[in-house]
Design a protein around this ligand. Structure first.
Ligand code: DUC
Ligand code: ZN
Ligand code: ZN
Ligand code: ZN
Length: 484
């Protein structure tokens, strides 16, 4: 059974041209004029683009005493409804837990996926077992990226000695580290002070993690990555301080990638102030929303290429879950949704305003991500042989985003009331039509794991297992070396 996407304009990260696209066995088999096939999908008036890849989601994530509300079933349904055909989730071992055991849990959860998916492995603790298992993760499990939280002191956070040791291990294995760059010690200290002074509401969340906290951690991670000889991927880059560090590193020739979120590009800190508790708490995420100056910086980074891709960090909690934090903002589960809105929002506020070209749109929502995560051109491409993960994009279709009509299971949307123009006419996952206009034709379990091979380019450091040395022993002898 072949399908032909007919009469559309193919838009890739570097080309725009009129052609039909033929699909057989889940892959693209022909691109050209006047193709025929068993089934025709009418793409007239539409752009035919690589399906979106969201490099950063948390589905059914155990976090802050609860689980994020969208699982792999509802999360990937939401994804395809908005033109995203692949998600990358984070496997999070509990402290002391084997990476393999954690991976088994993620393998089980992900059997519900409608579209393809991959994993980043998080380094949430450090020890010889983790050091050894990292090799199995890379060589046998098809995971070439390791996430490090520099925030969430007391739970997910790793210290600098652990971070540096893990970066060196990544270098040796041909893996790339990712960082959540916020200084967790400073956030903890500022949070405690705010609470002490009676600032317990959700707006205090934003005060507890200013841009400097992110800039410091980004700079530190970049320096440590440089010393270890690894590339670095900075998740949810939200402010100029962090972007500036990334820009500088790239100018020096380092492979450092920055990932702004659609939320940070389109929503600002006014969402926290003079708003009712639920409104503000629903928007509590880390890093928090910033002011317009930071938003301009992020848009400029996408235009100039100093920032590489746009994600959601989709980590959706219901209003009831958010209310765990009434009376103490540090207990509000951190996270926002947006998986189904990323493409329409970026199209409307990026392409629709002239800030991004269509080709740049494809680059930052799909192709760059596939390249950076080492799965191009299987993903992120309209090329013969590539997976037929395709969105047929109707630039004229519009809607008003509202929780009442969303696919995500939560009871609100941070984009409530936003008008978007540009929506999928069809979304295809490996050739299967999952969405036709507003009709979902999703298939639980259709999604497959995408294995990603190690990188070959950067392998400077060598490491063997060593206990971390701290504190440094104090010299007992007061005798100076001779000659001093
Ligand atoms: N930030 C969030 O807001 N939620 C999930 C994890 C994170 O880093
Ligand atoms: Zn994070
Ligand atoms: Zn995240
Ligand atoms: Zn299927």
């Amino acid at each position: 059974m072949s399908k032909v996407i007919k009469g559309g304009t193919v838009v890739t990260a570097d080309l725009t041209y009129e052609a039909d696209v033929k699909i057989e066995g889940g892959v693209i088999t022909e691109i050209g004029p006047d193709l025929s096939g068993d089934e025709i999908l009418d793409a007239s008036g539409c752009y035919v683009m690589p399906g979106g890849i969201d490099p950063h989601v948390h589905l059914e994530m155990p976090f802050m005493g609860t689980y994020s509300a969208d699982d792999f079933a509802s999360g990937t349904r939401a994804a395809v409804s908005g033109g995203t055909t692949m998600v990358v989730d984070f496997c999070l071992p509990d402290p002391g837990q084997s990476l393999m055991d954690a991976l088994m849990r993620w393998d089980n959860k992900s059997t519900l996926a409608t579209c393809d998916y991959s994993f980043h492995m998080a380094i949430t603790w450090w020890g010889e077992q983790v050091f050894n298992e990292m090799e199995t993760v890379v060589r046998e499990k098809g995971i070439n990226t390791f996430k490090h939280f520099l925030a969430y002191k007391g739970s997910l956070m790793v210290n600098d000695d652990e971070l540096f040791a893990s970066f060196q291990r990544c270098a040796e294995l041909g893996a790339m580290p990712l960082v959540h760059a916020e200084n967790g010690d400073v956030v903890a200290s500022m949070s405690a002070k705010l609470l002490e002074e009676g600032n317990v509401g959700p707006e205090a969340h934003a005060y507890s993690r200013p841009p400097e906290v992110e800039g410091e951690a980004t700079n530190r991670a970049i320096m440590l990555a440089d010393m270890a000889g690894v590339p670095l991927y900075v998740v949810h880059t939200s402010c100029e301080q962090s972007h500036e560090a990334i820009r500088r590193a790239r100018q020096k020739g380092m492979r450092v990638y920055g990932e702004p979120l659609i939320q940070h590009l389109t929503l600002d800190e006014s969402e926290y102030f003079d708003k009712d508790w639920d409104h503000a708490a629903r928007r509590v995420m880390s890093p928090p929303f910033r002011n317009k100056m930071h938003q301009d910086s992020l848009w400029a980074g996408l235009q100039a290429g100093s920032l590489s891709c746009v994600a959601t960090d989709h980590c959706a909690f219901t209003t009831d879950q958010k209310r765990y934090g009434v009376g103490d903002f540090t207990k509000i589960p951190n996270g926002t949704g947006g998986l189904e809105d990323r493409l329409p929002m970026l199209w409307t506020y990026g392409v629709g305003t002239g800030r991004l070209t269509m080709n740049e749109f494809v680059a930052v929502t799909s192709t760059n991500i596939a390249k950076i995560l080492n799965m191009y051109p299987k993903k992120g491409a309209i090329l013969v042989g590539a997976d037929a993960d395709i969105v047929v994009w109707d630039p004229k279709r519009s809607k008003t985003i509202t929780a009442a009509n969303q696919v995500s299971t939560i009871d609100y949307s941070v984009f409530e009331g936003k008008e978007v123009t540009g929506l999928p006419r069809f979304t295809l996952s490996r050739g299967k039509v999952m969405v036709e206009e507003s009709t979902l034709k999703t298939e639980e379990g259709h999604g497959e794991f995408v294995a990603r091979q190690p990188y070959t380019a950067v392998n400077k450091a060598l490491s063997t297992w060593k206990e971390l040395v701290s504190p440094r022993p104090i010299a007992r002898s007061g005798i100076p070396p001779s000659g001093v």
